[in-house]
Design a protein around this ligand. Structure first.
Ligand SMILES: *[C@@H]1O[C@H](CO)[C@@H](O)[C@H](O)[C@H]1NC(C)=O
Ligand SMILES: *[C@@H]1O[C@H](CO)[C@@H](O)[C@H](O)[C@H]1NC(C)=O
Ligand SMILES: *[C@@H]1O[C@H](CO)[C@@H](O)[C@H](O)[C@H]1NC(C)=O
Length: 447
């Protein structure tokens, strides 16, 4: 902050103090005046008494008369004093209420200036961004005569609050030729999303199209068909073909959802069979509700979309959220004829409350998510589910000690009702590392 900024509040502060001092001074003057008046009243009439006492007097009647007069005057003064005290009390009350009003006024002024500082902060944050970024993010006035339902005649574009924390990267993201081709920066853009810059601002450029794009495979064949390599741009990925993605399960190394692209492998049988443990079968889950009442839902972090594909075969519409980590997951889901959404786990779910019949999530919601954030996520899932809707928490991963201490109480706190609960140690590393999985069917209560 420059010294100019510091001057302003201190200037305001001294102004405030002057006002208060002015009031204090007024009160002081008032008190001194009242005291002087009292002294005058007391001393005024006593002077003739003392003078008269020393005059030798033979006339008692006169003396008595004078005494009587003095007594009368004294009584008079007393009543004047009590009048004055009443006045003083009244003015004290008045002063107090004035001071209260003054402090309220100061509070309002402070609030106003902090609001001003907030909007100043926003403009300041946008200040050194490229003009295209400013245009994309900043407020735009609504046309004249349009009556806004938002209560403001300015419209801001949605942009994640986290974006302004990464200004250099945001500036880079918003640097392109307007109307031209966007930079190929998917990985970079997704890193911004994963850091909390979500949603990203919109851009005025065209994403590059694959050069030999072919029409998609028709439904229902598309659900289990690997699309041609020419349907996407491979630039950011290690693999440059679907064959490579299918076969990467055989090569060592960690990739997100390593065997998910092999539709003839493990994907083919996922959720078809119920093993009575943590692997729940789709049909068994659907049968827990009256036939046909589970119709729409969401799969959070749904890999290549197999859950949505299985549900589509059962006439259930599922939207799949996914990240493109280590592979073109979103394009792959879309090529299967399913809806893919680029939304991270930090994002408020873009659905109305009390609408979805089912929310499913496998592996992704686990103990790697900071506890408080996870609780917000659970509440958000509860929000979008309709009464009686089902949250299928599939293979939640945690340590044995966290299970009963953290996650069971958390789900209870959010208010879910347990329809089914299966917990167990992980087969490979459970015994020595105490690593656990649990799967659960949780219902949003109807009332
Ligand atoms: C004292 O003064 C009052 C009022 O002037 C009068 O009514 C009263 O008679 C006086 N008493 C004497 C003893 O003079
Ligand atoms: C899905 O809907 C179609 C058309 O309404 C119907 O013919 C089919 O039997 C349904 N499939 C299932 C599994 O319910
Ligand atoms: C959690 O609590 C349940 C019921 O109280 C108990 O049966 C189970 O063994 C506990 N699990 C762990 C991992 O401590």
């Amino acid at each position: 902050m420059g010294s100019g900024d510091d001057d302003y509040p201190s200037c305001k502060r001294s102004n405030k103090t002057t006002q208060t001092n002015y009031y204090k001074l007024k009160i002081l003057l008032f008190v001194i005046l009242t005291n002087l008046l009292t002294m005058f009243i007391f001393t005024g009439p006593s002077l003739p008494i003392s003078q008269n006492l020393y005059i030798p007097s033979r006339d008692y009647t006169k003396l008595l008369h004078e005494l009587n007069t003095t007594k009368f005057q004294l009584a008079n003064s007393r009543s004047q004093i009590s009048d004055l005290q009443q006045h003083l009390k009244a003015s004290n009350i008045l002063t107090k209420s004035l001071l209260t009003q003054l402090s309220q006024l100061n509070g309002a002024i402070d609030q106003h200036s902090s609001l001003a500082a907030l909007s100043f902060g926003y403009n300041d944050l946008l200040a050194d961004l490229p003009s295209e970024a400013k245009l994309g993010i900043d407020a735009h006035k609504l046309p004249l005569g349009y009556s806004p339902r938002s209560g403001s005649n300015e419209l801001y574009s949605s942009v994640g609050g986290g974006c302004l924390r990464y200004k250099e990267e945001l500036a880079k993201y918003m640097t392109y030729k307007i109307g031209g081709e966007c930079p190929v920066d998917d990985v970079f853009a997704q890193r911004l999303i994963l850091k909390g810059c979500e949603p990203l601002p919109r851009r005025r450029c065209h994403p590059k199209s694959p050069s030999n794009y072919k029409e998609p495979t028709p439904l229902p064949k598309s659900l289990w068909t690997i699309p041609p390599d020419t349907s996407i741009i491979w630039d950011p990925y290690t693999c440059k073909s679907y064959k490579c993605l299918v076969e990467r399960k055989k090569v060592p190394g960690f990739y997100d959802c390593k065997d998910c692209f092999d539709l003839q492998g493990r994907e083919k049988s996922r959720w078809l069979f119920d093993n009575g443990g943590q692997d729940f079968g789709i049909d068994k889950v659907l049968n827990m509700k009256p036939r046909g009442t589970i119709r729409i839902g969401l799969d959070i972090g749904g890999g290549t979309g197999t859950f949505a594909a299985r549900m589509k075969e059962r006439n259930v519409t599922i939207i799949t959220t996914s990240m493109n980590l280590d592979g073109p997951f979103n394009s792959f889901i879309a090529s299967r004829g399913l809806i893919a959404m680029h939304v991270s786990v930090s994002h408020r779910l873009p659905f109305f409350e009390n609408t979805l019949d089912i929310v499913h999530s496998m592996h992704i919601l686990s103990n790697w998510i900071p506890e408080t954030m996870l609780e917000f996520t659970f509440y958000d899932i509860y929000r979008v589910l309709r009464p009686g809707g089902i949250f299928w928490l599939d293979h939640f991963f945690c340590l044995g000690s966290q299970l009963n201490a953290t996650y069971v109480p958390m789900l209870d706190r959010v208010g879910f009702k347990k329809l089914r609960w299966n917990a167990g140690m992980k087969l490979d590393r459970g015994i020595d590392k105490n690593e656990w999985y649990f799967s659960a069917l949780l219902e949003k209560p109807v009332t």
